[in-house]
Design a protein around this ligand. Structure first.
Ligand SMILES: Nc1ncnc2c1ncn2[C@@H]1O[C@H](COP(=O)(O)OP(=O)(O)OP(=O)(O)O)[C@@H](O)[C@H]1O
Ligand SMILES: Cc1ncc(CO)c(N)n1
Length: 272
């Protein structure tokens, strides 16, 4: 018997709420063994991004080869990819090592509004990674950028997801976290059509890393063989619990992180 392995290929958030740190926590909370290849270091916290230090593509490739030649990776999930060259080596490694499932979170901007990747990197993600993706998880501005639309409105979420599927991705989850209203609804489009994935909107400013956490929770469930639609719905329910518990965590002075271990820590003591 061996544990399902999920690999995050992402940027580091030293404040621990987003990026690869969020991925590792979500993988672990959802029952997958967590591995991580770093594509960029950021200096960031809950208030914003203060600096970015990219990892050279050759060293990202070396890390990928180290992990993929040894560990039996069931799912590879990408987040912030620092340059077009990094996107290229990730796409090439996915093909060369026959990675069975690829989840692409097309990260562009942090919750604070700070830009994380260049336009050239976005173009590379669209051209080199989306055609191999099992699932791609853009938020509304990311979906608009990938499609070359000025914006994606709530009414056009299914149309945007369908249009993005034409880029070659197997399934598309357009996330509605940037909308307002009582519910926070995402739209999944796969071979069976469109599915609205809704949850109660939580009234909180602590949403740092929600996108990373959702995509990683889905990836961890896919690594365990959970079917895509079930994985998305279960991950969304987990994320909503983690957001609802975020104020209780109370980390940082800006947009704080969600509570990745909401199902594990004792509420009254904040830990087990
Ligand atoms: N206040 C909230 N209450 C409930 N769900 C939320 C809330 N904010 C965001 N979500 C959910 O969180 C997930 C991520 O959505 P969002 O559109 O914010 O992604 P993102 O912009 O990529 O996130 P990130 O903040 O990591 O960049 C979606 O499932 C969205 O519906
Ligand atoms: C490193 C990193 N990746 C992704 C995000 C998106 O939330 C972030 N803020 N930081």
């Amino acid at each position: 018997m061996s544990a399902p392995v999920a690999l995050s290929v992402a940027g580091s958030d030293p404040s621990g709420g987003a990026g690869m740190q969020a991925d590792l926590k979500a993988f672990s909370a959802m029952g997958a063994y967590a591995a991580a290849v770093v594509t960029a270091l950021t200096a960031q916290n809950t208030l914003g991004v203060q600096g970015i230090f990219p990892v050279p593509a050759e060293f990202v490739q070396q890390q990928l080869d180290s992990v993929l030649s040894d560990l039996d990776v069931a799912v590879l999930k990408t987040g912030m990819l620092g340059s077009p060259e990094v996107v290229e080596v990730v796409a090439e490694a996915v093909a060369r090592h026959d990675v069975p499932v690829l989840v692409v979170d097309p990260v562009m901007v942090a919750t604070s509004g700070d830009r994380l990747v260049s336009e050239e990197t976005v173009d590379a993600v669209r051209e080199l990674l989306l055609p191999h993706a099992t699932l791609v998880t853009p938020n509304l501005p990311e979906a608009a950028t990938l499609l070359g639309w000025t914006e994606v409105t709530e009414a056009r979420m299914p149309e945007a997801a369908e249009a993005l599927r034409r880029s070659g991705a197997g399934a598309v989850l357009v996330k509605g976290g940037h909308l307002v209203g009582d519910t926070s609804t995402d739209v999944l489009v796969d071979d069976d059509g469109a599915l609205a994935v809704a949850a109660q909107r939580v009234d909180t400013a602590n949403t740092h890393g929600t996108g990373c956490t959702l995509a990683s929770a889905v990836a961890a469930l896919l690594a365990q063989g959970v079917p895509l639609r079930d994985a998305v719905q279960e991950a969304k329910a987990y994320l909503t619990r983690a957001i609802a518990a975020a104020d209780g965590l109370g980390v940082g002075h800006g947009h704080g992180p969600v509570h990745h271990f909401v199902d594990w820590w004792e509420p009254s003591r904040g830990r087990r």
